[in-house]
Design a protein around this ligand. Sequence first.
Ligand code: NI
Length: 170
Amino acid sequence: MTYPIVKLGDPVLETPAEDVAEFGNAELDQLIEDMFESMYAARGVGLAAPQIGIAKRIAVIDTSVGEDAGQKLVLINPEIVSTSGRQTGEEGCLSIPGFREAVSRPNKVTVRARNAKGETIEVTGEDLLARALMHETDHLNGKLYITHVSALKRDLIRRKVRKLQKAGEW
Ligand code: NI
């Protein structure tokens, strides 16, 4: 099933998510399938469980946006183990639709996580994948990309979102 995407203003997005403790079960497999479905429906390259209102440390990424099944990544309880280099580029988030800001991120990132079976995996990504790995791991720590832009820009986005909320357009 496709879940609606939770938007900025919902506290679940700014609260650290809980570790997953049980692996290799039908519930987890179904949740992961639903996360991919929800992400593709929203045309995103990554989705973290808090974005569908589930406060668990699960993220899915597909930088091919459904074009190449080999690019599908499932990261459970991910931790950043190393980063190097720098890249600056426009970043957006399905939970903050209509906004994009330049964000500086490492250019190469290695993440250690579990897969759906509970096996430990390591994923190294560069460029867009490195950005997605950082962005999604941030989500699971209750951090949105707007925490990486200036306070001025962040406050402006929050003010605009509050206006949209009041107008019933968020
Ligand atoms: Ni996001």
